[in-house]
Design a protein around this ligand. Sequence first.
Ligand SMILES: [Zn+2]
Length: 210
Amino acid sequence: MIHEILPVGRLQCNCSVIGDESSREAIVVDPGDDIDDVLALIRKHNLQLKQIVVTHAHIDHVGGAMKLRAATGAPILLNQNDYALLKMMDIQAAWIGVAPPEKIEIDQNVGQSDRVQAGGLIADVLHTPGHSEGSICLYFPAEQKLIAGDTLFAGSIGRTDLPGGSFDKIIRSLHEKILALPDETVVVPGHGPLTTIAEEREHNPFLQKQ
Ligand SMILES: [Zn+2]
């Protein structure tokens, strides 16, 4: 598996470029900004982009999706429960003090138990509401790797005070879907350093048994 993690934009969202070494087909997750740099990584590895997956519709994760789609022709996938957040891009842009992106069009809804594929790489979609109603994670079972969006961070969890957020739901998502994954799973959070399920199960203060 080719996997490049590029922190993009003012909020340094971890954008992932994931490629299948034999077919050269690729998935990009969370192209929030800096699309020229994302495209350079795609070219560097001689990849053909097949899917653009957005873990949730916050501007720092989705802001560059249309530019990446225009450059590659790859479809944009997002859970339909976050479509309402897409309509708030102007407000979201104002939150972080950037210009609003062009109108974002979603090509395909993805939800629990769907699969995202690029060549021989297969990821299971986990619907993990809480940070937003439509938040998803991507789990690659063969590689034991989780792209967690803003659901789980090293030592913390996503904020739940923005529209569509729910503390009860994120805790339920984490316990029912994320902690169900093997300890060895490497977690790529939406921001900040990588971690593992074992590390978070043991030390994350939000994941301790009450
Ligand atoms: Zn977010």
